[in-house]
Design a protein around this ligand. Sequence first.
Ligand code: ADP
Length: 825
Amino acid sequence: MNKKDHTTKAKSLRKKAEAKIKKMHVQELDAENSGNIRLLHELHVHEIELEMQNEELKAAQREAELAAKKYRDLYDLAPSGYITLDKSGAILEINKNALSLLNLEYQPALTSRLNDFFGAAARIDFQAFLNDVFAQKNGASFQGHLLPKGGTAIDVQITGVVSNDQRQCLITIIDITQQKHAAELVAASEMKFRRLFESAKDGILLLDAESGQVLEINSALIEMLGYSKDADAGRTIEAAEFWNAILPQSFDITEIVENEYIRLDDVQLKTKSGMQISVELTGNVYAAGRKKIVQCHFRDITSRKIADDLLREREERFRSVAETAHDAIITTNAEGIVYSWNLGAEKIFGYSAREMQGQFLHLIIPHEQRSRHGEGMQRIQNGEAAQIIGKTLEMEGLHKSGTVFPVELSLAQWQSGGTIYYTGIIRDITERKAAEAELIKEKKRAEELSKVKSNFLASMSHELRTPLIGILGYSEILADVLENKEHKRMLRTINESGERLKKTLNMILDLSKVEAEQLHPVMGHCNLKALVQQSIELFQAVAEQKGLYMRTRFPDSQIAINVDKRLFSDLLNNLIKNAIVYTDTGGITVSVEEIRMEGKPWAGIKVEDTGIGIHEKDFALIFEEFRQVSEGLDRGFEGTGLGLTLVKKYVELMNGIITVESQLTVGSVFTVLFPLVEPDITGLADLRYVDHAGKISIRQFENLPVILYVDNDETSQMVVERMLRGICSVEFASSGIEALAKATTKIYDCFFMDINLGRGIDGKAVTMELRKMTQYAFTPIVAVTAFAMVGDREEFIACGCTDYISKPFGRQDLLNLVATIMNKL
Ligand code: ADP
């Protein structure tokens, strides 16, 4: 029983006693008097007792009130908020702490519901929490944002217990705003650490210092140890497995723990696949709570080591090259102080490495060039990029003996530890310079010689061909005259020998022209089929005579190529001529086709024969000068070995390609390819080139046309007169002056103009003068020349010639040309 209970009981006792005394007093007063006095005394005693009791009770009450106040104070001043709530959340009692959390006064609080201090969503959760408390669910608790009256939201944590009568509950409410903030900070820093840990390029390992147990391994280390990131990420590598990867002698954890730090430059690790890698290890120890943690960083230096080794090897190689090089290899700093000086430098400049190291480089620079060198070095020091870096320069060097000699310098710039160095490779080019000077001299001489040769050829060609007109012309004319068979046979030999001589001469001269680069093809669009047809017709009769067939295979479409007509005909004629010469049975097929090669269209001309064939090993040889692969003592073929050489040169001069396929005793195929062009009718103006054409019938005139033949060679004059007798009347002029004089006294129908007229004005000048005369504005003028030099044909056209014939010409050539001209008159 507590003090309050006692007080209550004492009070009620007194009430009862008073009631009893009243009763007794009335009855006893009536019954006996003495008894009354005793009773009064007793009553008095009791009264005193009662008073005393009352005093005691009062003291007890005071004590009780003090205790209640203490309880209230405790309740109010508790660090947590206490609130008594009913089931609906209405506040029945609340302590000061809770009041300050809600920012409320006591009285208004007793008319509020705690639910109203939460946002809509939290309110539902809070009510659910209250229900749980009243249902006496274990561990019911609530966390949420509390919205104090007129204040900013705070995070609270609430727990509660239900009262014995289950009609109220007491909840404890704690402000956890700071705690939550701190937790967030911890979480953020944990996340930061994780990110760093996981994204680190170095492998990181955390170990328990005491047990050596692996606590954490980051992905970089997992990968470094050869475990797949995907397959192995997330799983911890067992300690045993990890220690397995580290070779036993590599490092000792106790050493790190003792020293609290370790740095090892080359620790060997064994990867999952057994491969050995080199790592750099740094380890330190720190305390985390009561635990000591060893943190190790591993940096894979395998590739760096390989690079280092390579660098060392290269350096070694460079050093040995530098030492053994014949060139001087000199390194200086930016001030020009020699840093390294190899054996080559010793030999070239005469100074030893000991003499030069630490010296200024200008010791090896000729005196008069030192200031320029100094300025250059100054510019470099001022930060201007050296213009000569990476280039090779020719300059002069100064030998210890004082000799100045030419050198070639290649300079490189490099940097090491913030210092700039220059390495120069210097070559003594004294001999080379001398050789160069010699070469230049030789070249000049060769050029002069070449000029002499060209001039020689030009004049020799004229000199060699002109007499051939006499031989060939007269042998032709005599053939008509001679009766005696023996004489006729001899004449034929003279003629054939002349022809052969002419052909050989032509080829040698043509080849010389190609080689002197004096043959410039006059390219123009040509109808390929027509050109090929022309050549075939030329050889039809020869083939027939030998009993060989001569076939063609042409496509239906027109094919145009861009070539020099004369060169093209020459080369094709050569190929056909060879095919006939080297074939005894069967025949020759010439075909034209379009071919695609390397994505481009080409015109292909094939000359196929069924002749003796060529051995594969000779395919290249046949195109060389003077090479005849069917050569030998029993060679039964005539020839110079120049034909195919010329053919190849012509083809290539006109951007074509020539190939050969052949099999001994089966036959050969020569294929010539030229880039195909669109057929074009507007070609270059071209001279009619007359050669070997078939016979053309000549128009008959009432009065024979009169030709003025201008040539200083009398034999030629006589041959021409003889050849054209009865066809036209030929007059002669032996010089340009004479020709012009004659042309003014009479009208000529045509001129044959030898270009090289010896002394005086040449044929071109005469032609130009003639063209100035109105009567000769359109008169045919045929250029007669022995050796067309570069640009001559264009010049002939430019000065007014209409036709062209090359010396020596045969009778038929001349007749054909005259016929063509006459038919147009
Ligand atoms: P040649 O004047 O000797 O014919 P070429 O230069 O024209 O000179 O030819 C060189 C050599 O190539 C010939 O001597 C011959 O041995 C060989 N040759 C050329 N064309 C043919 C061919 N159609 N069939 C067989 N051999 C050939």
